[in-house]
Design a protein around this ligand. Structure first.
Ligand code: SF4
Length: 357
């Protein structure tokens, strides 16, 4: 088996200073949710751990996930690509093309059996709809997944079927879990996902030598354990019963809660509100747009966007924002009822997850 350079060796060879290397490790520790004092563990792992070979396949996708990934800021993508991973095959970022890259993919199977990560972007259609290098999407996926250390379904299309799998699903699109039985699959849903989640998964593997802890659906718990609603910067307005009623009203100018204009934050599990986007600058809700729940299963079919859900999918529960408002004007009973309703929502979701577990 071919020896991979360590992350540190690769960084130094590519001209990264020791200082910048340490900064990258500290950023990774923060992404992993570790204490500052634990960043030493990350430094040790990056100094001694080999780079992870990655094969990145694209099927029925819009390339938005790759676009998001190359905008990773913690650490920056050039560090990820050059230092942490050895990107052995990618259609978007590869300088080579055609037979040369297809041969390289076959070489990975020989050189890194059981040691590489297979990242998959896009859903998998029926045979007639997609072939790359003379093979159907299913064939390529099964072949490359068999000897992978793990498969990372990167984005909502490969995690759940996504937009290509939305009703009426003309190509018979399925998620990767429909084809893989023996290799661990990590779901990183989102349309697109937050780039730092992918780097966090890879950093976790290098640092701890094992896959991150997953929830019942196969998502890394570190990044999908909270609802957007739990960490939302507008949550105080929700609790106070102050809502945007239309996009250009006074409430919108004041930054009130977006629930009444269709925010799906109460039913969406993701890290947008904690990690934010573009280097932590903002995220959709902070910028005035309701969460569309893009990391949840069937998010497209669960639309239309910008309309309040009559019912939380999978439960008999509704959140009545008008009742929340009553709490504000001193009707304590209504306030208690609303908080109870909120608790019921959370409990039902937790119960549902528990049942699936
Ligand atoms: S409903 Fe949406 S905007 Fe309002 S607090 Fe929850 S997540 Fe934030």
């Amino acid at each position: 088996m071919k020896r991979q350079r360590t992350v540190y060796e690769a960084a130094i060879e590519s001209g990264v200073s020791r200082r910048d290397f340490l900064k990258m490790c500290t950023a990774l520790a923060a992404t992993l949710g570790l204490e500052y004092s634990q960043s030493k563990q990350v430094v040790h792992a990056m100094e001694n751990g080999s780079r992870v070979p990655v094969v990145w396949l694209q099927f029925q996708d819009c390339t938005g996930c790759s676009e998001s990934f190359i905008r990773s800021s913690q650490p920056k993508v050039e560090s990820v690509l050059l230092d942490m991973i050895s990107l052995e095959y990618t259609e978007v970022l590869s300088a080579a093309s055609g037979q040369q890259v297809e041969d390289n993919m076959k070489q990975v199977l020989k050189d890194y059996k059981g040691k590489y990560i297979l990242a998959v972007e896009g859903s998998i259609p029926e045979d007639d709809y997609l072939a790359v290098g003379g093979k159907s999407a299913k064939e390529t996926l099964r072949e490359m997944a068999e000897d992978a250390m793990a498969v990372v379904a990167y984005g909502s299309c490969s995690s759940w079927g996504g937009i290509p799998g939305a009703n009426p699903n003309p190509t018979g699109a399925k998620p990767v879990t429909g084809f893989i039985n023996d290799t661990p699959v990590i779901l990183v849903p989102g349309c697109p996902p937050i780039a730092e989640v992918m780097t966090g998964v890879i950093a976790h593997i290098i640092t701890f030598g094992k896959l991150p802890e997953l929830d019942v659906f196969g998502r890394p718990k570190a990044f999908y354990r909270h609802r957007i609603h739990d960490k939302c910067n507008r949550r105080a307005y929700f609790d106070a019963g102050l809502f945007v009623e239309s996009f250009d009203d006074e409430g919108a100018k004041q930054g009130y809660c977006l629930y009444k204009v269709g925010c799906k934050g109460p039913t969406t599990y993701n890290s947008c509100a904690e990690m934010r986007w573009n280097g932590g600058v903002s995220y959709p809700i902070q910028s005035g747009n309701p969460c569309i729940g893009c990391s949840e299963k069937d998010f497209w079919d669960n639309g239309p966007f910008y309309t309040r859900r009559a019912k939380i999918p999978g439960t008999q529960t509704t959140i009545n924002p008008d009742a929340v408002g009553l709490g504000v004007v001193g009707l304590a009973t209504a306030g208690v009822a609303v908080h109870a309703a909120g608790t019921v929502v959370k409990k039902k979701l937790d119960d549902k997850r528990g049942e699936n577990e």
